[in-house]
Design a protein around this ligand. Structure first.
Ligand code: GLY
Length: 357
């Protein structure tokens, strides 16, 4: 009998290990960690990989030429959205349980106090640019599903299949590993034999990655984007935190910006990005504010289930060029790609669970 790799098991496995550690931590608003100020203009992304670094160069070119933060975050995010190797954002994102890629994205412009978002958008590689058009060309904030697709088509976006072969293989593996009570995969008496398993080797990846891109431009204006393909194998139509202003993204031109990745359900319930920006408004550094948000969420869950550790990563910047990042995963520290006049850089934040940082 195959073992069921359910989403809940995945999270409990990952975070159950961590739960003991966190109980030892001071859950008060301690605000540990670095508060590093860089010069502005500045652009950062939660993606520390090569594509994230490349995206920062694209955004930086705009900022360095005196361009607007809102343009820098859009063009930088597009670089990440069209990367077929990235299975958590845009083209190549892992699909829902029906094998369909559905994308969510939001954008917020601190200068104009305006925002746009799309959710459950299919067949368009760059949802953040559609979100920008919702912001710029309508009086609405969010369009979803077929309405969002029609809207994108009306502006000339081409429909494309977003499911890459890599994504399809992962989905097929997931379908065959759902549990003992479905009929996918080889016949019972052939399971586990090398020749029957050869086509779909190994357990499926389970992902909930997302990208945040935040910037301050040379006018002191702040902007941000969050873009994602959402939780892999999600229930069709499920919308995460990324397109919800205040949850997956928030920008306040007088303060700074914050974004979230990780399990969106926790972020929606806590309005986490808004909370982080409010904390910064109250004088907390971006680093302190990101940790404050994790402490707040953890405290709420601890009242109901002390063993449960939600899995989130928060990133934030303020107008002075200070950066923060914190996550509640069981290993390592969160890193971000950064670009300013000082050149490309990496920012390493704090592991909220282990206390590293
Ligand atoms: N944070 C991305 C999602 O949950 O969809």
């Amino acid at each position: 009998m195959r073992s069921a790799l359910s989403r809940r098991n995945f999270f409990h496995h990952s975070f159950g290990l961590a739960a003991g550690g966190v109980l030892l931590r001071n859950l008060g608003l301690t605000g540990r960690g670095p508060a590093i100020g860089r010069s502005t203009p500045l652009i950062v992304t939660s993606h520390p990989n090569a594509t994230g670094r490349r995206a920062m160069e694209v955004g930086w070119e705009i900022l360095a030429a005196g361009g607007r933060a809102i343009d820098a975050v859009e063009k930088a995010t597009n670089v990440i959205e069209v990367d077929p190797e990235d299975t958590s954002v845009g083209y190549g994102g892992l699909p829902n349980e029906d094998g369909v890629v559905q994308l969510d994205a939001s954008i917020m412009d601190g200068r104009t106090y305006n925002a746009g978002a799309v959710a459950s958008l299919e067949n368009i590689k760059t949802p953040s640019s559609v979100a920008r058009l919702v912001m710029d060309r309508t009086d609405h904030v969010m369009l979803v599903g077929p309405g969002a697709l029609e809207f994108a088509r009306s502006f000339g976006f081409q429909e494309e299949n977003l499911l890459t072969e890599k994504g399809r293989l992962e989905w097929l593996k997931w379908r065959e590993n759902r549990g003992p009570d479905d009929d996918w995969g080889p016949a019972d008496h052939l399971r586990g034999l090398p020749e029957t398993e050869a086509g779909l080797p190994g357990p499926p990846t389970h992902e909930h990655g997302t990208v945040n891109v935040l910037a301050v431009d040379s006018y002191g204006d702040v902007a941000g984007i969050t873009s994602t393909s959402g939780l892999s194998w999600k229930v069709p139509g499920r919308i995460g935190d990324s397109p919800i202003i205040g949850a997956g993204l928030y920008v306040d031109n007088e303060v700074g910006a914050a974004g979230a990745t990780g399990r969106g359900e926790d972020v929606i319930k806590s309005c986490a990005s808004y909370y982080i920006v409010l904390r910064m408004r109250d004088g907390r550094s971006p680093q302190q504010a990101c940790e404050d948000a994790l402490a707040m969420i953890r405290e709420k869950y601890a009242r109901v289930n002390p063993a449960f550790m939600p899995g989130e990563k928060f990133v934030a910047i303020n107008k002075n060029g200070e950066i923060g990042a914190a996550w509640s995963y069981s290993g390592g520290r969160p890193t971000m790609s950064v670009r300013s006049a000082a050149g490309p850089d990496v920012f390493t934040g704090v592991n909220f669970v282990t206390g590293e940082g």
